[in-house]
Design a protein. Structure first.
Lengths: 311, 331
C-alpha cells in the first residue's frame, strides 16, 4: 500500500512538471498583451514607450525560458507571483478561493453520488418498468442540458419564482444549495447510467444465479451481491466526474457570484493575467492528480482482486 | 408420507418464451427421487436437463417467460403454481444447488466466509456469530485444509477444486434434503473431478440427502448414481436403475452414448465413435421419436406418433422406443 502510494506520488510530480510546461506555453502563446492592458488600467496613454516600460517592470521582456524558470522557482516555494490586475500576491488570494471551490465540489459530489445511486437503483429494481423509464429520461435530460442553462433554470425556479434559496453569495448552507445542485446535475445523470447498467450486468452474472439458488431475495441480491461488484466501477466514474467539476465551476461560480478558483481563473484569462491563470491551472491539475490517487486507493480497497497485486 | 418419494416429477413440460422465440426444452418428463437416492440425468447439451431442474424452482434468467405444466412434488408439496416468495423459501433451505463453473459461481468481491454464513443466517435463523461457526464446520466438512484462513479469503485466491468445495459447503449450509448438482465436475481438472465426485457421494450418504446429478459424463453416472434418466431433445428416452441401463442399454440413443465411450481395447490413434447426425433444435415439437432421423433401427412407426415410455419385462427400466417395445403395451 505504502509502496503503491509513493510510486503514484512520484509519477504525479513528473506529471505536474510536464503539465506546468504545457500551461506556460499555452498561456504565453495566447493573443493579447498584458502590458497594454495594465497601461490602460493606469489611465496613462498607452504609448509604445509607456507599454514597453510596463513590460520591463513586470519582466515580460526577458527570454521565455528565463521567465519560466523564474516562475517555477517561486512556485515550488508556494509563491505564485503578483496578479497584474490587482497587484495582490496570488498566494494571498488563493486559500479563500480554494475553500469556496472545495465547498462547491464536495457538496456537488455528495449530491451527485446520492442522486445517481437512487436513480440507478430505481431503474435496476424495476427494469424496463415505469421507474426505469423515468430514471432514464431524467438521465438523458440531465446529461444533455448545458450547465449554464441548468443554473439559470435553478435561479429562475428556486430563487425568483419560489424564493426558496438565494441566487448568489457564499453565506452558509442555504446559499450553497443552488450551486451544488447546478454542478451535480450532469454528473448525477452520467453516474446514474453507470449504476443502472452496472447493476443490470451484475444481475445476469452466474454468482447472482448462485445467490438466487441460496434463497436470497431481490433486494438482498441487489445490495449484497451486485452493489459491491459495481462499487469499483462507480468510484472510477465518480473520480472522472469530480475532476470535471473544476471546469463546471468556471461556469457556475460567476453565475452565483462565488469567489472561487474558477471565477479567479476566468477573470485572469480575461485580463491575460498570466500569474493567476498559471496558478489556477496548476491547482486544477493538482486536484485532478489527487482525485485520481484517491480513486485508485478506493478501488484498491473495494476490489480484492486488484488489492492482491499491490499488497 | 414415508412412501411418497422426496421429489416426484410427473409429465413436466417447460415452455420458454422470449420476445422473439418460443421453445419447449422439456416435454412431458417424469421421474422420482427418494430420500438418500442419487438420480443422474444425462443428455447432450441442449437436451433440457438443466432447464428441467431449474425452471420449476424459479431459477431462470430474467427476461425469459417460463410456462410450466405437469407436476413437481417436493416433500409432499406441489411446486408448480407456487408463488415466487414460497419457492424462494425452499431454495437454499430444502434444496441446495451446485453449479457447473465454480470460477464464476462465487461472488468475486465478497469473503468466502460471508457467502457461506449468510445461508445459515437466512435459513437457520442464526446470529452472524453462530453462522460463522457453522461456516467453519462446513468448510471442514468438505475437506478444506486451513479452514479458518479460507473463510477470510476471496474466491480468486482459491483453485477451481477448492472453490467447488466452497460451493458445495454453501449448498449444504441450509441443511437441504435434496442437492441438485448441475455438471459439478465439468469445469474442473480431471484429477480434481474424481475428488469432488467422491466428496459429493460421501456427503450425500452421510447426510442422507437425495441428489439429482445433471451430467453428460457416463463415468460420473456409473460412480455415483442409483438411477438414471437419459434425455434426448427435451424428452426422456430411457429411465431405470443405473446397473441395468448402463450394462444393457435398450434405447438406441443410450446404446449409442455408451458405445461412444472410448474403451481400453481401442487401438491407440483410432477415431472416436460418435453418433451420426446432429440433435434437433427445440423450436418445433416432433410428431414421432426425435431420435428417429439418427437411428439405425428406425421403422415407419417411429415417425408416426410419439413413442411412450414402456416398462421392461421386470418393470424396472422404461424405454421410449417402438422398436424395442414392439408388442409391449404402454404403462
Amino acid at each position: 500500500m505504502i509502496h503503491f502510494i509513493s510510486k503514484r506520488l512520484k509519477h504525479s510530480l513528473v506529471l505536474l512538471f510536464l503539465a506546468s510546461v504545457v500551461c506556460f506555453t499555452l498561456v504565453v502563446s495566447a493573443p493579447g498583451n498584458v502590458a497594454v492592458l495594465i497601461a490602460e488600467l493606469r489611465g496613462a496613454a498607452s504609448t509604445p514607450g509607456y507599454v514597453e516600460k510596463v513590460a520591463e517592470e513586470i519582466g515580460l521582456n526577458k527570454p521565455l525560458l528565463m521567465r519560466y524558470v523564474d516562475w517555477l522557482g517561486d512556485a515550488v516555494t508556494g509563491d505564485f507571483g503578483i496578479s497584474y490586475r490587482t497587484g495582490q500576491t496570488v498566494s494571498a488570494d488563493l486559500p479563500q478561493r480554494m475553500m469556496v471551490t472545495g465547498t462547491l465540489i464536495a457538496g456537488s459530489a455528495v449530491i451527485a453520488t446520492l442522486l445517481s445511486l437512487l436513480l440507478g437503483f430505481l431503474g435496476a429494481f424495476w427494469p424496463y418498468k415505469l421507474p426505469d423509464r423515468v430514471s432514464r429520461g431524467l438521465a438523458l435530460i440531465g446529461a444533455s442540458t448545458p450547465t449554464f442553462f441548468v443554473g439559470a433554470l435553478m435561479i429562475y425556479g428556486f430563487s425568483v419564482t419560489f424564493q426558496l434559496f438565494p441566487s448568489f453569495g457564499f453565506n452558509g448552507p442555504v446559499s450553497w444549495v443552488l450551486p451544488w445542485l447546478t454542478v451535480a446535475v450532469l454528473p448525477a445523470a452520467v453516474l446514474s447510467r453507470v449504476v443502472r447498467v452496472g447493476l443490470e450486468e451484475a444481475m445476469t452474472s452466474p454468482y447472482v444465479l448462485t445467490a438466487k439458488s441460496k434463497g436470497l431475495g431481490r433486494t438482498a441480491i441487489l445490495f449484497r451481491e451486485a452493489l459491491p461488484n459495481i462499487t469499483p466501477v462507480f468510484i472510477n466514474a465518480l473520480g472522472t466526474q469530480v475532476g470535471l467539476m473544476t471546469a463546471t465551476g468556471i461556469i457556475v461560480e460567476p453565475l452565483f457570484a462565488w469567489q472561487g478558483v474558477g471565477d479567479y481563473f476566468l477573470a485572469g484569462v480575461r485580463f491575460r493575467d498570466f500569474m493567476v491563470v498559471q496558478a489556477c491551472l496548476l491547482i486544477f491539475l493538482a486536484f485532478f492528480i489527487v482525485v485520481n490517487l484517491i480513486v485508485d486507493l478506493a478501488v484498491l480497497m473495494t476490489d480484492p482482486r486488484i488489492r492482491r497485486q499491490w499488497s | 408420507m414415508h412412501d411418497e418419494p422426496l421429489l416426484s416429477v410427473s409429465n413436466l413440460t417447460v415452455d420458454l418464451l422470449t420476445a422473439k422465440s418460443a421453445i419447449r426444452p422439456v416435454d412431458g418428463v417424469s421421474y422420482t427421487v427418494r430420500q438418500g437416492e442419487c438420480l443422474a440425468i444425462v443428455g447432450e447439451s441442449g437436451s433440457g436437463k438443466t432447464v428441467m431442474n431449474f425452471a420449476p424452482l424459479g431459477l431462470m434468467p430474467t427476461g425469459v417467460t417460463t410456462s410450466l405444466s405437469g407436476s413437481v412434488r417436493f416433500g409432499g408439496r406441489e411446486l408448480i403454481g407456487l408463488p415466487e416468495p414460497e419457492i424462494r423459501k425452499i431454495r437454499g433451505k430444502s434444496i441446495g444447488f451446485i453449479f457447473q463453473d465454480p470460477m464464476s459461481a462465487l461472488n468475486p468481491v465478497r469473503r468466502i466466509g460471508r457467502q457461506i454464513a449468510e445461508m445459515a443466517e437466512l435459513h437457520l435463523n442464526m446470529t452472524p456469530r453462530a453462522a460463522e461457526a457453522r461456516a467453519l464446520e462446513l468448510v471442514k466438512l468438505v475437506g478444506i485444509s486451513d479452514p479458518s484462513a479460507r473463510l477470510r479469503q476471496y474466491p480468486h485466491e482459491l483453485s477451481g477444486g477448492l472453490r467447488q468445495r466452497i460451493v458445495i459447503a454453501t449448498a449444504l449450509a441450509g441443511e437441504p434434503k435434496l442437492l441438485i448438482a448441475d455438471e459439478p465436475t465439468t469445469a474442473l481438472d480431471v484429477t480434481v473431478q474424481a475428488q469432488i465426485l467422491r466428496l459429493l457421494k460421501d456427503l450425500q450418504r452421510r447426510l442422507n440427502m437425495a441428489m439429482v446429478l445433471i451430467t453428460h459424463d457416463m463415468g460420473v453416472v456409473a460412480g455415483a448414481a442409483d438411477n438414471i434418466v437419459v434425455m434426448y431433445a427435451a424428452r426422456a428416452a430411457e429411465r431405470g436403475p443405473v446397473d441395468k441401463v448402463l450394462v444393457t442399454p435398450r434405447h438406441p440413443y443410450t446404446r449409442g452414448l455408451i458405445n461412444a465411450i472410448p474403451k481400453r481395447e481401442d487401438p491407440i490413434g483410432s477415431q472416436f465413435r460418435g453418433l451420426p447426425g446432429i440433435p434437433p433444435t427445440l423450436g418445433a415439437p416432433f410428431k414421432g421419436c426425435a431420435f428417429a432421423p439418427r437411428c439405425d433401427f428406425a421403422v415407419p412407426t417411429c415417425t408416426a406418433s410419439r413413442p411412450p415410455l414402456v416398462p421392461s419385462a421386470d418393470g424396472s427400466v422404461f424405454v421410449a422406443c417402438p422398436v424395442v417395445n414392439e408388442g409391449r403395451a404402454a404403462a
